[in-house]
Ligand binder design. Structure first.
Ligand code: 13P
Length: 248
């Protein structure tokens, strides 16, 4: 009943030329299955990715960030209505790099999720604890708070159409992935938190795992209970390794 999603977060990699080249190569070799494949290129590469994906695109497309206003004097920012107009389906909200490098708060995430939903797009809300928080036994309380506060401005229908990603901060770009057991435990915590918010509809929300997913560990992680897909950084940057993950 839930969608399985393979999401590639390219972060600040692949300019328009490289991004288009990747999509052409990937498309020519990828075998479409039931799962959804989504790309989150840089905003500058978005149009090139969309053009290379074709019309209709066999992939979902997303942007990595938006500002929480429709338009205005916000130099350097992009809005959710602009992302919609450009052809996006998804917007990443609250990625750990946004939270920890750029100081985004749960309140920022709530405002962004709201404007994303109201622009007709799907927020992919990222949550995850730092190593220090994990060592103090705070994982469940941190991710529950991030989920509740991030979705706080959505109604039940909107919350049901959102997608969640559990990305432990200590596992991002470190080569140290969570074990399938770690992922299953925290995904169960998130599913319970969703149930508190939206009742039985919690079963419809896809929860992805992210953090050092590779071709070598993807199948095991995807087999963990309540793991509905993966959000991948480094290993989504090469066609070969992304193809391998998408067929896991
Ligand atoms: P890595 O796959 O490079 O660890 O990054 C994960 C991530 O942050 C995806 O959003």
């Amino acid at each position: 009943m839930r969608k399985r999603i393979f999401a590639a977060n390219w972060k600040m990699n692949h300019g328009p030329t490289a991004a288009a080249g990747f999509i052409h190569q990937f498309r020519s070799r990828w075998v479409k299955g039931d799962a959804e494949v989504a790309f989150f290129p840089s905003a500058l590469s978005f149009a090139a990715v969309r053009a290379a994906a074709g019309d209709p695109s066999p992939f979902k497309l997303g942007v990595q960030n938006v500002y929480a206003a429709d338009r205005g004097a916000f130099t350097g920012e992009n809005s959710a209505p602009m992302a919609k107009d450009a052809g996006a389906d998804y917007v990443l909200v609250g990625h750990s790099e946004r939270r920890h490098v750029f100081g985004e708060t749960d309140a920022d995430c709530a405002a962004k999720c709201a404007i994303v939903e109201r622009s007709g797009l799907t927020p992919l809300l990222c949550v995850g604890e730092t190593l220090q928080q994990r060592q103090k036994g705070e994982t469940s309380s941190i991710v529950t708070r991030q989920l509740r506060e991030g979705l706080a401005k959505l109604d039940q229908i909107e919350a049901t159409t959102s997608v969640i990603a559990y990305e432990p901060v200590w596992a991002i770009g470190t080569g140290q992935n969570a074990t399938p057991q770690d992922a299953a435990e925290t995904h169960a915590v998130l599913r319970r938190a969703l149930r508190d918010l939206i009742g039985d509809r919690a079963a419809e929300v896809s929860i992805l795992y992210g953090g050092s997913v590779t071709p070598a560990n993807a199948a095991q992680i995807l087999a963990a209970s309540d793991v509905d897909g993966v959000l991948v950084g480094g290993a989504s940057l090469e066609v070969e390794s992304w193809l391998s993950i998408c067929s896991a």
